[in-house]
Design a protein around this ligand. Structure first.
Ligand code: KG4
Ligand code: ZN
Length: 322
């Protein structure tokens, strides 16, 4: 079965072609990051215009790489939410036009579910499992007992992890998106600044990151007012250490409480080296029988391959139920 995936929820235009929901034949991604960098964040109107301009080209690129014909596609999957409405509409309209032209079913995919299924491209799922979702817009812990069987255990009450990284990066004078740059810088420093580790109520799986983000911004402002120099690497390291402590402790707690067989990490922040190392050593020490998986770097940030995988499973489940 050949599955076409389309993703345009934010600042990446992507089209992928997968065989049987797993084998990636093509995953063409056009990123708009250089255009948004100058503004320090994504400008929705600029993003929609770039999607309109590039989507046909990205489509052609995917079919060229996969070396398949358009009429060979059996299923179309597209991100319908959450995301920037103008950007989403570009992908949705392209998907509808394709499905109508080639008479194939169209599956709506939740972008967050897509990030979780990015793990399936290179690893199988062993249920029950915990999914730690850490992206630019979301921070969640979900329990999955089967394909498409989600229980939300907790989520952020304010900033998402990626958002906090980008805002902290801005005060450290790093360009957008700053997550990977803060991650890299943190390995050059030590956690010498005292910053909060916000765990909330001990039984809660919710997250709160705005206090930590504000503490970093206040530290920078205070230093500037006093004319003191900031050790940027130490501040990045202190911030990253606090974030990771929270993410790791809640993920391990949830994995223990629900007796899971696997932990998967999803979203752009799954690319974070500090998080990868800390979670791997915590799982090894505390849950030696639990499998831990991260998507490879190219499937951490937005891409259509993950949308095709997620849509393929949704299609199979819908078919079974009807
Ligand atoms: O999942 P994603 O592509 O977008 C959403 O669906 O929101 O994630 C993008 C986010 C950005 O905030 C970016 O700064 C962050 O992921 N990010 C990282 C790293 N790489 C990307 N954050 C921390 N460490 C990284 N290595
Ligand atoms: Zn995303």
């Amino acid at each position: 079965m050949l599955v076409l995936g389309i993703e345009s929820s934010c600042d990446e235009t992507s089209v992928a072609i997968l065989k049987d929901g797993k084998e990636v034949l093509a995953n063409a991604v056009y990123t708009q990051i250089p255009f948004h960098e100058v503004y320090g964040g994504v400008i929705p109107e600029v993003a929609s215009r770039h999607h309109v301009k590039k989507i046909t080209y990205v489509f052609e690129e995917a079919f060229r790489i996969a070396n398949v014909k358009k009429e060979d596609i059996d299923l179309v999957c597209v991100t319908t939410h959450p995301g920037l409405i103008g950007s989403l509409l570009v992908g949705i309209n392209a998907a509808k036009a394709f499905a109508l032209t080639y008479h194939v079913p169209l599956i709506e995919v939740d972008h967050i579910v897509g990030h979780i299924y990015a793990n399936f491209i290179e690893h199988d799922f062993n249920f029950p499992m915990i999914a730690l979702v850490v992206s630019g817009g979301h921070t969640e812990l979900r329990l999955m007992k089967d394909h498409y069987d989600f229980t939300l255990l907790g989520e952020t009450l304010d900033d998402a992890v990626g958002e906090a990284y980008d805002k902290v990066g801005r005060v450290l004078e790093l360009t957008y998106p700053a997550g990977a740059k803060v991650d890299k810088l943190s390995f050059e420093g030590s956690p010498s600044y005292k910053l909060p580790v916000v765990l909330l109520d001990k039984d809660s799986y919710n997250f709160s990151l705005s206090g930590l983000k504000s503490a970093v911004i206040n530290t920078v402002n205070k230093c500037n007012m006093k004319g003191e120099e900031i050790n940027k690497a130490d501040l990045a390291c202190s911030f990253q250490t606090s974030v990771i402590k929270v993410l790791v402790s809640k993920t391990i707690k949830a994995a223990k409480e629900y007796g899971v067989r696997q932990v998967v990490v999803a979203g752009g922040v799954a690319a974070n080296k500090g998080l990868r190392l800390a979670l791997a050593s915590a799982v090894e020490a505390e849950l030696p029988n639990v499998e831990l998986s991260f998507p490879s770097m190219k499937y951490c940030t937005d891409n259509a391959a993950m949308i095709a995988v997620a849509g393929y499973f949704k299609y199979l489940i819908d078919k079974k139920n009807n």
